[in-house]
Design a protein around this ligand. Structure first.
Ligand SMILES: NC(=O)c1ccc[n+]([C@@H]2O[C@H](COP(=O)([O-])OP(=O)(O)OC[C@H]3O[C@@H](n4cnc5c(N)ncnc54)[C@H](OP(=O)(O)O)[C@@H]3O)[C@@H](O)[C@H]2O)c1
Length: 347
């Protein structure tokens, strides 16, 4: 049994992580922290749905106390907050999974360009493993620092990887069009996220400038072994959770839908959390909400020599906390599905 600490326990990522870990037979939550401004509160008072399930308190972060009380740390914090904390926890000998973008980039200059701050531990970027098990399982197994991927990048990279890896896709014309539920912006989002702005509305935002774009390009370039640029447009839809990504991939050679689906099935044949839908069936958000699954379907538009791929995830689970538990399982040598086998729910 490992002792787990969560920093950022009062956010959406933290809440979902607590919920998942409560059903994990080999992990026990022993320490919780957040920005509590001096207050101490039972987590079951902050999230009444946890009453009777967990009885520990949440307080402001004290790095030494947290490191003493836990073997394994999850940082479900905004970027820049993790930046300084990760080296401190690693120094105290702990394994860390960071939810933020602070350790996702290979190149500190890309981080500085898109996040507007200088990276203070660039040496750790070489060591941090990008936490997408479908691509980096062997590296994650040996890692002490895993940078959990962003939610949009998870849905995009998983949908592009099989055909890109086989060199079947034009690398200069990839288009990713994603729709997300509002929880993707965290529990305390800014202007433009209140009920009246979201309900019965549907809007694009951060067109050609979302911070997840360089993360996708980094990983797709690594896969293709050449520079890949993509057009990415995120949208907000009036759902609490879930992401649906539509990908438009121009094919370098003619291909039929059956052939494309076979490539997806082969690429993900041993993956416990990827489901490839059969021909003429397309993924829906409601079928993955509450689960760690990514569902993928595709159809070749032979007239346009283009494959259209649909990829769906629950942003809070496969896009955040579930993927983090999957990574913890790999890092600790547990069964990869432990704590993640619940059937879907729409909370
Ligand atoms: N939401 C998603 O779908 C999603 C998906 C993938 C990745 N992520 C990433 O996961 C991270 C957390 O996201 P979230 O959606 O859970 O955000 P959130 O709901 O806004 O929660 C952020 C958490 O961090 C805490 N926090 C903020 N500043 C802090 C500080 N200086 N010291 C200690 N705790 C501090 C907050 O505490 P208080 O509540 O007390 O302020 C809260 O517990 C972010 O980096 C996000 O980009 C989120």
């Amino acid at each position: 049994m490992i002792k787990v600490g969560i920093v950022g326990a009062t956010g959406y990522g933290g809440e979902e992580l607590i919920r998942l870990l409560l059903s994990h037979p080999q992990a026990k939550i022993t320490a919780l922290a957040a920005k509590m401004d001096g207050k101490v509160a039972k987590i079951s008072n902050i999230f009444p749905g946890l009453q009777g399930k967990i009885d520990i308190t949440c307080s402001d972060l004290n790095v030494e106390e947290m490191a003493e009380g836990a073997d394994f740390l999850f940082l479900a914090l905004p970027h820049q907050v993790s930046l300084k904390l990760v080296p401190q926890f690693l120094k105290s000998g702990k394994k860390v999974i960071d939810f933020s973008a602070d350790y996702r980039f290979d190149d500190s200059e890309v981080y500085q360009k898109w996040y507007g701050v200088r990276h203070t531990s660039p040496e750790l970027l070489k060591e941090a493993v990008y936490g997408l098990p479908e691509l980096y399982r062997d590296e994650i197994r040996k890692a002490r620092l895993v940078a959990n991927p962003g939610c949009y990048p998870t849905s995009v990279i998983l949908g592009v990887a099989p055909l890109l890896f086989r060199g079947l896709v034009d690398t200069e014309s990839i288009i990713a069009d994603s729709k997300s539920g509002v929880s993707g912006a965290g529990r305390w989002p800014g202007e433009g996220f209140n009920f009246c702005e979201i309900e019965e509305n549907f809007k694009a935002y951060k067109i050609a400038g979302h911070r997840h774009q360089p993360e996708m390009e980094q990983e797709l370039s690594n896969l293709a072994k050449k520079e890949v640029r993509i057009s990415f447009t995120p949208h907000l839809v009036p759902m609490k959770r879930g992401i649906l990504t539509t990908l438009y991939l121009d094919l370098k050679e003619e291909m039929r839908t059956d052939g494309a689906l076979k490539d997806f099935q082969d690429f993900y044949k041993d993956e416990p959390f990827i489901k490839i839908l059969e021909s003429d069936k397309f993924p829906e958000v409601k079928n993955v909400c509450g689960t760690n699954f990514c569902h993928i379907g595709c159809k070749v538009d032979e007239r346009m020599k283009r494959v259209i791929v649909i990829s769906v995830i629950d942003n809070l689970i496969k896009g955040a906390s579930g993927q983090a538990v999957q990574n913890m399982n790999i890092m600790c040598g547990f069964n990869e599905k432990e704590g993640l086998e619940q059937v879907g729910i729409i909370p």
